[in-house]
Ligand binder design. Structure first.
Ligand code: ATP
Ligand code: F6P
Ligand code: MG
Length: 459
């Protein structure tokens, strides 16, 4: 790790600045150049335009002055993102590669577009290539040359024009292909799995002592990546989920003993479900993977829904796809089933709940009307273009990534921490998870809105 005070300054003892890998760690002979933005007619950098390595962002901005909850270890701090006075690449020598991996997320195309436009306009890069269909595309398909004209309207499109895939991670073949094509900047857009793969690519590139910058741009509609404030596309997805919840509410309200059931994305985290619940106010019960629940008996889901139907005549239930997976009966084959990336394949908690609800009602209220309307908007909430806020976020992310790579940093991720864009070591992001904290005020707020049980009594 480059400990030169120029690149990784020594912070005061109360802070722990997370050092960033730099190309000069493995190639100390690399020399910096003045940033070509100096010559950019639109920017003409004013004083204070460039960010210096001593500009840092604190991970925690809230502090307890009483000291009751203060931690004895120093607070983590991160390098602030932004253009640096010096860069480690000559524009004409740059060959950049952009790849998108994993599931879709609103804003992927915006990030790609802005990487292309930013590299081209800010730094005069002309060799920019898109890698098709995720990691496997490095070694199995020809790269696509990209330019601002080609990508100019991509931010209006959902999905990823470059295409994406799961699986296909072959480290040797990927790094061989990066070398073969002469790429010296690699921009990797993806979720937690992608970031774990990016760490391996970064480490292999270091092992081979190649001067190639690797940056991860965290993409996860589930918002399951830690440290950063939130992932791009998440807000768009929450907004889309509102439509499904509203429809479920209308359907439930218009039936006798109507239940509106909505399943939302969220493999291991319930952020979409939680935020959609809090914004909608139509939800009577919110089930997330971080919280166990049970159906029968005192304090169970059926008892609660029965009470809601009696009081209001209808109820709306929103469930994250990863919730209740332990309750759904599985065959031995289903227990082993994984997708191409090794993620466990989930059973449909919505269909299962719908069928269990019907069985319960027929058993306990055989002569009363009852309706469950199940809405599964799964792909609709992520296959849309980003909203305005997410679009802006994607642009700033892409530009932050470019500035960091140009400055010679590598093996890092960019993202907002407390509203300020930062560079975070890739290894740290690949390990950090972001579960919903069911002990904090937000979850308490959900429970106060819904009055749902805490499911702590034995089922
Ligand atoms: N531990 C790992 N090491 C190397 N590569 C990995 C690892 N985990 C996942 N990958 C690769 O990363 C890519 C994307 O992984 P995955 O399908 O899990 O999606 P993701 O990046 O987590 O995105 P999301 O979950 O948001 O859809 C795949 O090509 C997969 O093979
Ligand atoms: O069907 P696909 O493309 O594998 O994606 C589904 C998964 O992708 C995600 O959106 C992100 O991991 C999960 O919520 C969901 O389980
Ligand atoms: Mg994932």
């Amino acid at each position: 790790m480059n400990r030169s005070p120029d690149l990784n300054p020594i912070p005061p003892p109360s802070l722990r600045l997370q050092p960033l890998p730099h190309l000069t760690d493995t190639n100390p002979k690399l020399t910096p150049f003045p940033n070509p933005i100096d010559r950019n007619q639109f920017y003409r950098p004013p004083t204070g335009f460039y960010v210096s390595p001593s500009d840092i962002v604190l991970r925690h901005v809230t502090h307890d002055l009483s000291g009751a909850f203060s931690s004895p270890s120093p607070d983590p701090a991160y390098h602030r993102a932004g253009p640096r006075k010096n860069v480690y690449f000559e524009s004409a020598q740059i060959r950049a590669a952009i790849v998108s991996c994993g599931g879709l997320c609103p804003g992927m195309n915006t990030v790609i577009r802005e990487l292309v436009v930013g590299l081209w306009e800010l730094y005069g890069v002309r060799q920019i290539h898109g890698i098709r269909a995720g990691y496997r595309g490095f070694y199995s398909m020809d790269p696509i040359p990209l330019n601002p004209k080609l990508v100019h309207n991509w931010h209006k499109l959902g999905g990823t024009v470059l295409e994406t895939s799961r699986g296909g991670f072959d480290l040797e073949k990927i790094v061989d292909a990066i070398q073969h094509h002469g790429f010296n900047q690699v921009y990797i857009i993806g979720g937690d799995g992608t970031m774990r793969g990016a760490v391996k690519i970064f480490e292999e590139i270091r092992r081979r002592e190649l001067s190639i910058g690797v940056v991860g741009i965290p993409k996860t509609v589930d918002n399951d990546i830690g440290i950063i404030d939130r992932s791009f596309g998440f807000q768009t997805a929450v907004e889309m989920a509102q439509q499904a919840i509203s429809a479920a509410h209308v359907e439930a309200e218009s039936a006798v003993n109507g239940i509106g059931l909505v399943k939302l994305m969220g493999r291991s985290t319930g952020h979409i479900t939680l935020h959609a619940t809090l914004s909608s106010r139509d939800v009577d019960c919110c089930l997330i993977p971080e919280m166990d629940f049970y159906l029968e008996g005192e304090g169970g889901l059926f008892e609660f829904l029965g009470r809601k139907l009696k009081e209001n005549g209808h109820a709306v239930l929103v469930v994250a796809e990863g919730a209740g997976q332990d309750l759904i009966p599985r065959t031995d084959k289903q227990k082993e089933e994984r997708d191409e990336s090794g993620n466990l394949v989930f059973l449909d908690v919505g269909s299962w709940l719908k069928s269990e609800l019907k069985k319960w009602w027929e058993r306990d209220h055989p002569n009363e009307l009852f309706t469950v309307k199940y809405i599964d908007p799964t792909y609709m909430i992520r296959a849309v273009p980003a909203n305005a806020t997410d679009n802006l976020y994607c642009t700033l992310l892409a530009h932050s990534a470019i500035h960091g790579v140009m400055a010679g940093y590598t093996g890092f991720v960019c993202g907002p921490i407390n509203g300020t864009y930062c560079y975070i070591p890739l290894t740290e992001v690949a390990e950090a998870k972001n579960p919903v904290n069911t002990d904090d005020h937000k979850w308490a707020w959900v429970r106060s809105i819904t009055n749902q049980p805490d499911f702590t009594k034995a089922g």
